[in-house]
Design a protein around this ligand. Structure first.
Ligand code: NAD
Length: 313
């Protein structure tokens, strides 16, 4: 698969960052395709199926021009009721996604947020169920997504996944993906997907949403970085994307977008010249929060760095 450097993150299509204007989202998707973005990342979880429904409708007639990546296993915010990693659910989940996405094949199917499952079960039951769907031609590639890096690496080492999606671990606030996951992806030829280059909105122009798990120190550092950029006549998201998208081992960087102007600005950031002095100043402002981590999912699936940060907080 040939994927665009920038991938379209569809969680905003599920109103995950607040309600969006559906007509504007449609224009944003069409503009993205016309600017060369061909990778669309969605999930049944985003807006509890709303994002898949909207994407399916918007892409009607354009399906062959794009790659659709969706997920299975996560359906709600809370554990355990919001999750089902059983082999049976993998099958019914992809059937439901295919219907909502108005297509007969998913390009990439990923186990969604593996840290909420029992790791041995993900390895022995969930990923093999996806591999079976691949053999049947319902999906073209399979993968896993999640936050704790060592857990992602452990599953990737024990299975034959084609892609691994990691989020909030390679951006201006945290670069630990390179310590844990990048070497394996390089050695094994696994497609490495870096999501949330704006740290789930924290490095955007607005305040991060209330549900954001990062501590206040990160919010404050981002506000200082935003002010530095604004004084220099540049926008912080442009600097953040410029940084993240130059990683040589990342196949695609997923940024969440629901507005045409963000699509245009983010594609523009790929070719932007950013003054190195400004980058140094922004990095300086973010330094007090550099490496920020949190605990997600089952405690035993989290990296010791996140556990240490959580107990210090
Ligand atoms: P992100 O870091 O991409 O930030 C998205 C936020 O930034 C949204 O509020 C968006 O409106 C805003 N934004 C985007 N471009 C902007 C610009 N130019 N100026 C100002 N604001 C801008 O976070 P994300 O959406 O969480 O991550 C990207 C995508 O990656 C998701 O949509 C999803 O598809 C995927 N993802 C997957 C997982 C997973 O599978 N576990 C986790 C996180 C993200």
């Amino acid at each position: 698969m040939r994927v665009s450097v920038l991938g379209f993150g569809c969680s905003p299509l599920g109103d995950e960052f607040g309600p969006i204007d559906e007509r504007e989202a449609e224009r944003a998707v069409h503009r993205a395709i016309s600017l060369g973005i061909n990778y669309f990342d969605v999930a049944p979880y985003y807006g509890r199926t709303l994002a898949e429904q909207r994407l399916g409708r918007i892409l009607e007639g354009r399906r062959r021009r794009v790659l659709i990546a969706t997920k299975a296993g996560r359906y709600g915010r809370k554990a355990p009721e919001g999750f089902d990693f059983s082999a049976e659910r993998m099958r019914t989940s992809v059937e439901d996604s295919l219907r909502r996405l108005r297509t007969d094949v998913v390009d990439v199917l990923q186990v969604h947020d593996v840290e909420f499952g029992e790791t041995e079960r993900i390895i022995d039951e969930t990923v093999p169920a996806l591999e079976q769907l691949k053999r049947e031609g319902k999906v073209r590639a399979v993968g896993i997504t999640g936050y704790p890096l060592r857990n992602l690496r452990r599953i990737a080492e024990a299975t034959d996944v084609d892609v691994v999606l990691s989020y909030c671990h390679y951006n201006l606030l945290n670069r630990r993906m390179d310590e844990v996951l990048t070497p394996l992806a390089r050695e094994e030829g696994i497609g490495l997907i870096n999501a949330s280059p704006l740290f789930m909105g924290m490095l955007s122009e607005e305040e991060a949403p209330d549900w954001h798990p990062a501590p206040p120190a990160a919010r404050n550092a981002a506000a200082r970085a935003r002010a530095i950029c604004s004084d220099a006549g540049v926008r912080l998201p442009e600097v953040a994307l410029h940084f993240a998208t130059r990683h040589p081992d990342v196949s695609t960087t997923l940024v969440g977008m629901g507005q045409t102007r963000f699509v245009e600005e983010n594609v523009g950031a790929l070719g932007l010249h950013v003054d190195p002095g400004l980058v140094t100043a922004v990095e300086g402002a973010l330094k007090p929060a550099l490496g920020v981590e949190w605990v997600v999912g089952r405690p035993e699936n989290n990296d010791r760095e996140a556990q240490a940060a959580a107990s210090a907080a």
